[in-house]
Design a protein around this ligand. Sequence first.
Ligand code: GLN
Length: 484
Amino acid sequence: MTELHTLGIAAIRAALDAGDLTSVEITEALIARINAIEPRIQAFLTVTAEQALEQARSADAQRGNGNTSPLHGIPLAIKDVICTRDVQTTCASRILEDFKPPYNATVVERLNASGMVMLGKTNCDEFAMGSSNENSGYYPARNPWDTDRVPGGSSGGSTAAVAACEAPGSLGTDTGGSIRQPAALCGVSGFKPTYGRISRYGLVAYASSLDQIGPIARSVADLALILQVIAGHDPLDSTSSTLPVPDYSAGLTGDMRGLRIGIPHEYFVEGIEAGVEQATREAIDVLRDLGAEIVDVSLPTTAYALPAYYIIATAEASANLARYDGVRYGPRLAGESMWDEIERTRGELFGPEVRRRIMLGTYVLSAGYYDAYYKRAQQVRTLINNEFNAVFAQIDLLATPTSPTVAFPIGQKVDDPIAMYLSDLCTLPANLAGLPGMAIPCGLSNNLPVGLQLLGKPFDESTLLRVGDAYQRATDWHTMHPNL
Ligand code: GLN
């Protein structure tokens, strides 16, 4: 018999609708799973077991009242940079250790309205800055495929929880790859929507022009169910788009014949792991077999995306993080004067990577350096955007590796920020251009998961989901579970 905690969202939905399962039963099974393996995975910063059971009971009581929301009674986990009313939201930072937001992020409001059961808040890199989860101010989440390795980051807790079957789905955020890279490293499916597709209201800002919330699950069909609920305009976020939200699940036809898929050779970077390249190329062959036309394309500015990203992201971070002064949120360390208190609070409660980025960002924005760094980075961003636009005039989507390597050992890159930043080479350009991107499992290298990345035209989430789903109908990489 299938163990309950291994069920995906669509399977739970079907069992709930058929009356074979109650929301309380699935919630209890997942809480038991969390209790059993969390000491080894550390995917959660807060488990809201009691609240979850209460939400599950209320979902069960409402069942049959004509509620047709796909997520009604379905347990999910939420990344800890997303505000949840009265529930600890630490951003994995000591500076927000005791912060309980007085309001919900719009995505949480929408999930609640659809009847979600919230299992808890997931671990991540501090303020979403990192690629390995090792920058968590509390403890690192671990990769369920090998607990001595990183799950990726920054949404590593959200992807580890889904890979370890502690939750059938979760929310992550992606500023430079933080949904796609950990999804690839943990062998799950993760989606970064177009900038503006989803409200950022209540998402603690890291780099506001790049941040986007997105779903993580074990299948593309399940991603579509979550995306449907959270996508759409929000008057509380003026950057959210007013474009209508299509029916994502209805678009999963399994048919991708005639689509033109571009393969940018610049994404097969020097130093890419042989097993990653091989799995990615095999996945592209499958897409060809399914009827897509595969075309070689070139995006020569790709090499400049990484330096441009680390200037723009840190510049925005330095401004966004100015608000943490020990006065308005979180704990305050005592000092001789007001300035002394602020300095001590920020100096001691922000971790080293966050401090590095605030300094870098302040530097690139300062008089005399602004034009040399920040302005040039913005110009590179425009070039990258133009290049994508030109390529997307010829093709429907791009297929690339997600990360140049599989999951690396915990500790391997902590002392080498550049090596860590290189993990994001293939994911950053989409954030600079605001494009939608998805990572889906496509093989193993050294017994560790490899993810295929698909990038699409702005607001064309549907095509990415359709292709990813067609791929998963034809292959079974997404059904593999780590042996825990
Ligand atoms: N790893 C990248 C960074 O450290 C991306 C993080 C993210 O997408 N939040 O900035």
